[in-house]
Design a protein around this ligand. Structure first.
Ligand code: TYD
Ligand code: MG
Length: 459
């Protein structure tokens, strides 16, 4: 007797499934996200990765935590210091890393570059999107050669695992997870149930064989990785590859990492011969200017453990329509409004009838409050048409009372500014605890209130 096809409705946002159609997902509350997909009964579902030990039905038993051993040296160095940094120091054995990003941002380029620069690891690069010739063309463009990189153009997970068993790669790359399909689920590739099934098969493979797996994932219009949110819960590490496609800089950001910090950041530049690692980002984030311009200041911020000097530009001009505009890129709009109110009330500046535009250069989004002082200085500089020397930088938070507050890890910020050749830095006088000013060659200006800044800088 022909088997009846079984279908269910899956929420495209969170992966919730229900036998009936629903307008609103009861799990995440999204409207119109339920889509019908073909499934099979869960009894028949069994991952397609079956290892030889699996058949013997190994049963795990509890272990005292003190006896469990692991070694940091097991991590594989990727020859790419930026990628190592975001992964928390290299690739962990058995880890599953998901790399998301907009189309054309360079995900395939990054993974191919990594695959080709690991001469001692056998890498299997599975592509469901491009032909082997296209990948070879890209490899030629990158001018990298490796005898240990194998390309497989295949989308069926059962077939992929057959090749994996034969080739026994040290690292598996999947480009992309949305193109894969497993025989165990009948719905189309890219659907929620397929993406989830293929990912869980790959995770099972990674954990059993201790082989690291990289998954490339598409992102949808809202900017999150396409497929259910559960995908992000299943994998060990989620990396976001961001950047403006029209600019050459790309940022690799960790949004989840079971083996390291999530505040790390890798910076690349897309060149005609592939992605170049940018090891000193401050150099590219600060524009080279010969003339002194008003409204430009430099803030010393931290992204993860990495000190960065970034340029803040603002433009203050009289509003034509009486309803002043405030707009910013790379900075929180609410925080800008707060800073403007503080400048108005505590600094006595007349900003109420001015348009204010604020821009953090380099396409970065900064949440670190330590750039408040640089933002204040930049706005005052533009308002007063008074340029700030390009060798001066700032690192402090501004409070509602107009007080200049201390920020964390001030030594790192000062050392970075000194290393990059800045002559002066403005910090909070409350940051002085346990610090010896004699250790630094850079001139350190201590300020306690907004008034101090105005008197010292804009005298
Ligand atoms: P790609 O890696 O195909 O992006 P994704 O896999 O994220 O969709 O990125 C390709 C873009 O990068 C493409 O528009 C061309 C450009 N590019 C370079 O500028 N230099 C290069 O060396 C390569 C390989 C690509
Ligand atoms: Mg691609």
């Amino acid at each position: 007797m022909a088997k009846k096809t079984k279908t269910a409705y899956f929420c495209q946002e969170c992966g919730y499934n229900s036998p009936k159609f629903m307008g609103k997902c009861p799990s995440c509350g999204t409207w119109n996200a339920m889509v019908e997909e073909i499934v099979q009964s869960p009894v028949e579902q069994k991952g397609s990765w079956v290892s030889s030990t699996d058949q013997k039905k190994k049963v795990n038993k509890p272990f005292p935590i003190a006896e469990i051993v692991y070694s940091e040296e097991d991590r594989t160095d990727t020859n790419d210091s930026e990628l190592n940094r975001v992964l928390g120091g290299g690739i962990m054995p058995g880890s599953v890393v998901l790399i998301g990003g907009e189309p054309g941002i360079g995900k395939s380029t990054l993974m191919l570059q990594v695959a080709l620069s690991l001469p001692f690891q056998k890498v299997l690069y599975v592509s469901g999107e491009e032909s082997a010739q296209q990948i070879k063309m890209r490899a030629d463009r990158l001018a990298l050669k490796s005898n240990n990189c194998f390309i497989l153009t295949e989308t069926n997970t059962q077939h992929i695992f057959q090749h994996v068993k034969k080739e026994q790669p040290d690292i598996l790359v999947i480009d992309s997870i949305q193109t894969l399909a497993s025989n165990l689920v009948e719905s189309a590739a890219g659907s929620v149930s397929q993406v989830r099934e293929c990912t869980s098969e790959l995770i099972q493979f990674a954990k059993e064989t201790q082989t690291p797996v990289f998954l490339i994932g598409h992102i949808n219009k809202e900017g999150s990785i396409a497929g259910p949110k559960v995908l992000e819960h299943m994998v060990d590490t989620v990396l976001q590859f961001e950047g403006d496609r029209h600019m050459s800089y790309r940022i690799l950001r960790t949004t989840k990492n079971r083996f390291g910090s999530t505040s790390e950041l890798g910076i690349y530049e897309m060149q005609s011969v592939g992605l170049r690692q940018v090891s000193n980002p401050s150099e590219i984030l600060i524009s080279q200017r010969d003339e002194d311009l008003s409204g430009i200041t430099i803030g010393a911020t931290l992204e993860g453990n990495r000190p960065l000097l970034i340029e803040i530009q603002s433009l203050v001009s009289t509003s034509v329509y009486g309803n002043p505009q405030r707009s910013c890129t790379g900075f929180d709009a609410k925080r800008l409004n707060m800073i403007l109110a503080v400048l108005e009330k505590r600094g006595g500046l007349r900003l109420g009838l001015q348009d204010v535009f604020l821009n953090i250069t380099g396409g970065l989004k900064i949440e670190d409050p330590a750039i408040d002082l640089a933002v204040c200085a930049s706005i005052i500089s533009s308002l007063e048409e008074y340029s700030v020397d390009s060798k001066i930088c700032f690192a402090a938070e501004v409070g509602l009372g107009g007080e200049i507050r201390a920020v964390n890890r001030i030594e790192n910020r000062i050392s970075e500014a000194e290393k990059l050749g800045f002559k002066e830095i403005y910090i909070s006088k409350y940051n002085m605890k346990g610090m010896d000013l004699k250790n630094y060659k850079i001139k350190i200006n201590l300020v306690g209130k907004l008034d101090d800044l105005m008197n010292k800088l804009f005298k």
